[in-house]
Design a protein around this ligand. Sequence first.
Ligand code: TXA
Ligand code: MG
Length: 348
Amino acid sequence: MKTVIEMMRGGIEEDGIRRAGEILKKGGLVAFPTETVYGLGANALDETAAGRIYRAKGRPSDNPLIVHIADWKDIFLIAEEIPEQAEKLADAFWPGPLTMILKKSDAVPLTTTGGLSTVAVRMPDHDIARALIRAGGGYVAAPSANTSGRPSPTTAQHVADDMDGVIDMIIDGGPAGIGLESTIVDLTEGTPVILRPGYINEEMLGRVLGRIETDRALISDDDTIRPKAPGMKYRHYAPKAQLFIVEGEEERVRKKINEMAGQHALRGGKVGVIGTDESLGYYHEGIVKSIGSRLDEISIAQHLYGILREFDELDVSVIYSESFETPQMGQAIMNRLIKAAGHQIIYV
Ligand code: TXA
Ligand code: MG
């Protein structure tokens, strides 16, 4: 299959959106930008189309997809019940990087929800994404547009690296703004529960909802607790290299990374180091990259997946990374980084 690239870095281009919408209506696959990461879209109400997403990604069929909508009124067709909490959250955060889990209606095929009786719904804060959703019929199922197990794509090039020749179209809207997937909140059982941390954090949700909990599987080291979002159990975002996170006081972290990088290089290994704009000058071994600035936490979120992909291409055997407990997105950033590291953390 030839994958068409539609350039829209300057914003919506009507003809391209129309062509993309036609592809979705016919059951095809279109990758598109959102404010979080690139999505791989198909008609969410068409079982066969949704099935194609799983095949293109190599995704396990029990890992449900998020249904993207562009207009609030469209939620009523796909959700059986709209709790008051959903309205409050939509008022506060939609369009935006928040996904809500609701009871599904019969309009949503089980292929889309990975066999579950609930449906994940999100309204992205991105003009191209919303125009595409409307052009495609209103309901676009879209996981991140990466091959399963690879870091989520934050540029159209990342999508092409994984999906060229496999999907119908990629819309290039430039780099994603936030760089990490949406926050997921389950509203199907009494107290709302965060299933995946993101840009919209616990405190922001708490201000709107009052009580809010976090899925125990996210905060525990106990692997036997099953996360409620099926996708969170997979070792996502895994770089080819062994990744170690070094955590502790700034000076000691830098010293420890230099020491370990030096030892690894002596043994003949190729080393990568993930630092920040502030610490870059302190490292003197291996390939050193800045993930962003500690003064701008979004810059760190934005580059996390990209930097893991870059190190994959450079074929390093070990990566040492600083830890990024930033104020708003720290939980989300560290959730992804710790998973990528397979929980290998060195405390200094
Ligand atoms: O920011 C995002 O949410 C991006 C962009 C493209 O919108 N999408 C995304 O989709 O991250 P994906 O498929 O990579 O992650 C969806 C997550 C998975 O962990 C999945 O298991 C969970 O949402 N999920 C989907 N439906 C669910 C449901 N009904 N109940 C529990 N978890 C669900
Ligand atoms: Mg994903």
